[in-house]
Ligand binder design. Structure first.
Ligand SMILES: [Zn+2]
Length: 296
């Protein structure tokens, strides 16, 4: 997989820079070859088995060249996430919601769709975003449920990556969501990539992520009214990829009885999922030049 060919396909210098960064992490490219149906070299295949690196689970193949959206169900396995008063773990709700979101994205007929997990397994936070990058994702959406000491707190929040959290609550949430990840931040170690080029790629990615987050917040308002949809930034590790627009959706508060009932309701999840699908379609309609994703 030569970065020159990919750069030609995407027509973006910034993408090429980001790909150069990805090329320094060769194992990440394995999943891309496997997901795309390519035949990995024997040594690559054996390495994939040996390391048991999780791969994106393809949900919908979509039309040829369609952008790939990766839906990430937060937590899983030993990492339960927050736990509701009735004992429902966040990991269970995030998986149900993520599956509904993936199904709604698939129903558009215009997108390829994959998930980072489709059962109750633990996946490292850094690995989640690398699964998405390796699969050639054009967009990553991580699904979570919020919690707060104040049981009256409720509502939906769309987060994008920010190193300056908007307030203490956002900073605390990022700390909570990042806590399960004991791994190093691999991208911070790619010091061979000139910082200024990586910074350029990050800026473009941040602009794309903000664009999607704005579309998502707007798309969710009619589905969720009269509940509010907030748009915020915080330092979520799962969102920290220089070349992949990503957002994290806090779908409601486990600690609020009303929100918990909604999160368990198929109707609410369907409305939420349809909102995500509308936002994703609008997002890719705005940026057709990059619709192929970096891994195609
Ligand atoms: Zn969470």
């Amino acid at each position: 997989m030569g970065s020159a060919r990919l750069a030609h396909k995407t027509g973006s210098v910034l993408r090429a820079v980001a790909l150069a960064a990805a090329a320094m992490l060769p194992t990440f490219l394995l999943a891309s070859a496997l997901l795309a149906g390519g035949t990995p070299a024997p040594d690559e295949a054996s390495m994939a088995i040996r390391t048991r690196r999780p791969r994106a689970v393809l949900i919908a193949t979509g039309p040829e060249g369609a952008p790939l959206v990766v839906v990430d169900a937060g937590h899983g396995g030993h990492d339960q996430g927050a736990v509701a008063a009735d004992g429902t773990p966040e990991k269970q709700l995030t998986l149900a919601i993520a599956q509904d979101v993936a199904a709604a994205l698939a129903r558009t007929g215009r997108l390829r769709v994959a998930m980072t997990r489709t059962d109750d397994e633990a996946v490292d936070l850094t690995e989640r975003r690398e699964i998405a990058r390796a699969a050639g994702a054009a967009l990553l959406l991580s699904i979570h449920c919020d919690s707060a000491p104040n049981r009256r707190a409720r509502g939906v929040t769309v987060y994008t990556l920010s190193d300056q959290p908007v307030d203490d609550a956002a900073a605390a949430l990022a700390v909570r969501e990042n806590r399960v990840d004991g791994g190093a931040d691999l991208l911070a170690e790619t010091s061979d990539v000139p910082a200024i080029l990586l910074d350029l790629a990050r800026r473009q990615t941040a602009a794309d992520a903000a664009s999607f987050a704005g579309l998502l917040a707007r798309a969710l308002v009619p589905a969720l009214a009269p509940r509010q949809v907030f748009l915020r930034g915080a330092g979520f590790r799962v969102l920290r990829a220089p070349d992949l627009p990503a957002a994290l959706l806090e779908t409601g508060y486990l600690t609020n009885d009303g929100d918990l009932a909604l999160l368990k309701s198929a109707n609410y999840r369907r409305a939420l999922a349809d909102g995500v699908a509308r936002a994703a379609q609008a997002f890719f309609a705005r940026r057709p030049a990059q619709a192929g994703g970096v891994g195609r």
